[in-house]
Design a binder for this molecule. Structure first.
Ligand SMILES: [Zn+2]
Length: 410
C-alpha cells in the first residue's frame, strides 16, 4: 500500500527548527520545562499545525493532547504515534520533539495526498515525559495507562511549590477527557537513540525490541554534624563519607553486569558547610538493565551494601526504591522492521536505554519504537544533534509502520 509515498524532509526539518525557537538557549538547545508558559506555546503550535491538517483535538485531564484524523472506518481502533514536547533545563532540539513532529509530518503527508487510511490516526503529546520539573518521568503516559493515580499526579509540586494541576490550567491544557479513554489499537514512537550504538554500527534505523528496566532510589544517609577540626576521626558519624562509598558502589554494581548502568545525579548535603562534618546527605540512585532478573540482582546488591554501611559507619541509611519500571517488550516493532526493509534503510535491533512514553503504552496496546542516530550519541545536552536525512529516514519508517498497522486493524 502506498509504497511510493514519502514524507517531506525539508518540511519536517523546518518544523523542528521552528519548534526549537520556543525556549531556545544560547548554546543552541532548548529549555522548555513541562507545563510552563513555553510548554504551552509549543503545545499551541502543535495544535495549530494539526488543526490546519484537518484534525480534531482532545485534551485529557492529565494534559495529554490527542489530534485525530479520521479513517475509512471511524469505529476501528486508531493507529497512534506521539512523544513529548517538554525538555530538560539544558535539553536539545530533538529529544521527544522529533517524535511529535515526525507524527505531524506523517499527518501532513497523508493530508496533502488525500489518503484515507483504513483506521483513524491519532497524534499525541504526552505531559511531562522528562520528569525534570515534576517527578516522575513519563508522568502523562503513566497516568494514561493507569500506572499512576491522576489526582496524586496533578497534585505534584515543582521546586517552587507550584502545583501541576494549576500550571496545566494556566497554559490552557487541563482538559476534561478521561485518561485511557482513547480508542487506540497500536502505538508507535519515533525517537533519537540518545546513545552511540546506531552511529557506531553505521545504521539508519534502530528497531527497538526491548525497553530497559529502571530502578530509581531516594537515599538518605544520616550521621551527626560536628566540628570539622575538633572531632577525631574515630568519633565521627560522617554522612558524606558514607554516601561517597554508596555512590562508588553504584558504579561498581553497574560495571559488574552486562548492559548495566548506574548513576547518582543529584545530591543534597546538610548543612553544606566547609567547617562542619555533614549530618545528612540525600541523593538519587539510578540502576538500569534490560534483563529483569539481572536488575533484581543489582537492586539486592545495592540494598545489602547500604545495610553494611549502616553497621560499619555508625550512620543510618534509608533507601526508598520509589520507582520501578519493568523492562518492556515492543511487540509492534515488527511493523517497524518491515517498513525499514521496504524502504531500503539499513537497520538493526536495539534496546531502549532510556524510558519513553511508548514503554507505558506497551501496557495497553501493541507498541513499536523507531530509533534514529544522533551525533556522538549525545542527548540531554544543548549540543544534541542529528541531520535532516536521519530524521527523514525515521519519519518515513514511522509513516509506513503506521500504514502497515492500519491495514491490519480490525
Ligand atoms: Zn524523550
Amino acid at each position: 500500500m502506498y509504497s511510493d509515498l514519502r514524507i517531506n524532509k525539508q518540511r519536517l526539518w523546518d518544523s523542528l527548527m521552528e519548534m526549537a525557537k520556543i525556549g531556545a538557549t544560547e548554546k543552541g538547545g532548548c529549555n522548555r520545562l513541562a507545563a510552563t508558559a513555553l510548554d504551552g506555546q509549543a503545545r499551541d503550535l502543535f495544535v495549530s499545525w494539526c488543526r490546519a491538517a484537518g484534525c480534531s483535538i482532545t485534551v485529557d485531564k492529565m494534559g495529554n493532547i490527542f489530534a485525530r484524523r479520521e479513517g475509512k472506518n471511524p469505529d476501528l481502533p486508531a493507529v497512534a504515534t506521539g512523544s513529548h514536547l517538554d525538555t530538560q533545563p539544558t535539553g536539545g532540539k530533538f529529544d521527544g520533539v522529533f517524535g511529535v513532529l515526525a507524527g505531524v509530518e506523517v499527518l501532513r503527508t497523508l493530508h496533502e495526498n488525500n489518503i484515507e487510511t483504513n483506521a483513524p490516526f491519532e497524534f499525541a503529546v504526552w505531559t511531562n515525559e522528562e520528569g525534570s520539573r515534576f517527578s516522575p518521568a513519563m508522568q502523562g503516559s503513566g497516568v494514561y495507562v493507569g500506572r499512576f493515580d491522576l489526582e496524586a499526579e496533578l497534585n505534584k509540586t515543582d521546586i517552587n511549590g507550584l502545583v501541576l494541576r494549576d500550571e496545566l490550567k494556566k497554559i490552557g491544557y487541563l482538559g476534561d477527557a478521561e485518561p485511557g479513554s482513547r480508542n487506540i489499537g497500536a502505538f508507535f514512537e519515533t525517537h533519537i537513540e540518545q546513545g552511540p550504538i546506531l552511529e557506531d554500527e553505521d545504521k539508519e534505523i534502530g528497531v527497538v525490541r526491548l525497553g530497559q528496566g529502571i530502578r530509581w532510589y531516594n537515599i538518605v544517609v544520616t550521621g551527626r554534624e560536628s566540628h570539622a577540626g575538633t572531632t577525631p576521626m574515630h568519633l565521627r558519624a560522617d554522612a558524606m563519607s558514607a554516601a561517597a562509598l554508596i555512590v562508588t558502589e553504584i558504579e561498581t554494581i553497574a560495571l559488574a553486569y552486562a548492559n548495566g548502568v548506574g548513576t547518582v545525579g543529584f545530591m543534597d548535603v546538610y548543612p553544606n558547610s566547609r567547617n562542619t562534618i555533614p549530618g545528612t546527605v540525600k541523593f538519587s540512585g539510578d540502576l538500569r538493565n534490560p534483563d529483569p532478573k539481572v536488575l533484581e540482582e543489582m537492586d539486592a546488591r545495592l540494598k545489602a551494601f547500604c545495610a553494611n554501611i549502616e553497621k560499619s559507619r555508625g550512620v543510618t541509611v534509608e533507601v526508598d526504591p520509589f520507582w520501578y519500571f519493568a523492562p518492556v517488550k515492543f511487540s509492534a516493532s515488527d511493523n517497524v522492521k518491515i517498513a525499514a526493509e521496504k524502504l531500503g534503510y539499513s537497520h538493526m535491533d536495539i534496546y531502549a536505554g532510556a524510558g519513553h512514553d511508548a514503554c507505558y503504552m506497551a501496557d495497553l496496546v501493541p507498541s513499536g519504537m523507531v530509533f534514529t542516530p544522533c551525533k556522538d550519541g549525545i542527548s540531554h545536552n544543548e549540543i544534541e544533534s542529528t541531520t535532516s536525512e536521519q530524521c527523514e529516514a525515521g519519519c518515513n519508517v514511522l509513516l509506513h509502520a503506521m500504514l502497515e498497522a492500519s491495514e491490519s486493524m480490525q
